[in-house]
Design a protein around this ligand. Structure first.
Ligand SMILES: [Mg+2]
Length: 232
């Protein structure tokens, strides 16, 4: 059995610009901080709580308390809800993402989600984008702020969920430079999702197959067999 594991932000859901903004506002409003560095690639761990940890360490020398962590998550959901209600700006799917998840399942493969977002905020976005995630094994940054550990937790959950000892092949689908790094570390083939400058960036980083979205679906299904571990 083949496992297809999806990242969420920028891969299944098109929420990156909306999100960046809401994330920064949530941290500022929930914790009273300002001057947050938004070059996420400069952070040691590009996950929601990994960045929060670093923001707070820089500002005051230690990471968030569990209460502060939760306060940021709830503020973030409230801000995204507000954006949808007042400005009609909401998280949508990357074109064809929901259909591709269903098609991969229909083809008899396993599907899982591994995202650097919190479970609470990720579920909000996945629901908004109408991705059929409810029955899928998944892991979020609540289990670890290290991306490879989130992916490995999702793998353990997928093995249990689909009742297999080992998958014949694991393919990760992601959009970020950190996804390339993580797949290299785990020796997992990667399909990059990105357009224009981001697609070029992923190819330059050694990603064998880069698609702008999931249409037409057969291109994505072909890439599942052909994708390779990112070259060094
Ligand atoms: Mg992403």
């Amino acid at each position: 059995m083949k496992l297809v594991m999806f990242d969420m932000d920028g891969t299944l859901t098109d929420s990156v610009s909306l999100d960046d903004n809401c994330y920064v506002q949530a941290v500022e409003q929930a914790l009273g901080l300002t001057n947050i560095v938004t070059d996420w690639e400069s952070y040691p761990h590009a996950s929601s709580n990994g960045c929060l940890m670093e923001i707070l360490r820089t500002a005051r020398g230690h990471g968030p308390t569990p209460e502060e962590d939760r306060a940021v998550q709830h503020k973030l959901v409230a801000l995204m809800h507000d954006m949808a209600e007042r400005r009609n700006k909401r998280t949508v799917e990357i074109a064809g993402a929901a259909a591709s998840v269903q098609a991969v399942l229909d083809a008899g493969h396993a599907v899982a989600i591994a995202s650097g977002d919190w479970q609470l905020t990720a579920h909000h976005k996945l629901r908004s984008a109408r991705i059929p995630f409810e029955k899928l094994p998944s892991a979020y940054c609540d289990v670890s702020h290290v991306r490879t550990e989130i992916m490995q937790t999702a793998l353990v959950r997928a093995r249990a969920h689909y009742d297999v000892m080992e998958f014949d092949r694991i393919v990760y689908v992601g959009d970020g430079a950190w996804d390339v790094k993580a797949c290299r570390e785990l020796s997992w083939p990667l399909i990059g999702i990105g357009r224009e400058a981001q697609a070029l960036r992923l190819r330059t980083l050694g990603v064998s197959h880069v698609l702008p979205h999931y249409k037409p679906l057969d291109e994505f299904m072909t890439a599942l067999d052909a994708a390779q571990v990112p070259a060094n």
